[in-house]
Ligand binder design. Sequence first.
Ligand code: NAP
Length: 207
Amino acid sequence: MKIGMIGTGKMGGTLGKLWAEKGHQVFFGSRQPQKVQELAAQVGHGAQGGSVAQAAAYGEVLLLGVPWKAAQETVQSMGNVDGKVLIEIVNGVDMQKGPALGFTTSIAEQIAAWAPGARVVNAFNSVHWETLLEPDFDGQSATLFYCGDDAAAKTITAQLGAEIGLDPVDCGPLWMARQLEPVGFLWIYLAYVAGQGPQTALKWLKR
Ligand SMILES: NC(=O)c1ccc[n+]([C@@H]2O[C@H](COP(=O)([O-])OP(=O)(O)OC[C@H]3O[C@@H](n4cnc5c(N)ncnc54)[C@H](OP(=O)(O)O)[C@@H]3O)[C@@H](O)[C@H]2O)c1
């Protein structure tokens, strides 16, 4: 699958590397194309690097992993993304005030409004980047909660998560991001405010 990584930091860089290792064709898109060409060379497996617009044009699937403050500008710089699967992982967390947009909408819905032709899936909010490297916790894999309005886009997201060892759980339509984004907030609170640290993950149990 051709995947454009928009945002090449801890999350975008790590996911791009892991998906390239799984045989996907990965294109890293950055505000600094020179920097990501070096990243692509390090990753290998045919990975490429260039601008955000180039990565967005390349990918059938796009991963949006930028800070919330940069999300609108980044989405607008992607160009035409009609019909593409857009997996957005953006957390907008203020430890004093809570979720950036409150509880009556979500970052995922806002991003979908900025990219109305894209098939937006919200995912990865509560998965720390180090968990991507080591998703197994004593035989149990960390849960990948995700939601969206396009069934095929969600299936692709679930497959991409499962391929790297996560346990995908479909959480319904895109507006359920109003619930999932605060779950990311919960995880950040437990890890960094309550002091449990980043070697922790959330798990949905079932019998
Ligand atoms: N870290 C985690 O464990 C984690 C887990 C779940 C979700 N998230 C969310 O995923 C997103 C990415 O997190 P991250 O940890 O990968 O962040 P990061 O390491 O800081 O990387 C962010 C990337 O965003 C790009 N970017 C574009 N505009 C930017 C701007 N104005 N300022 C700074 N960076 C800008 C940068 O790429 P270029 O410089 O190449 O353009 C940078 O590599 C965030 O929304 C975060 O809340 C993070």
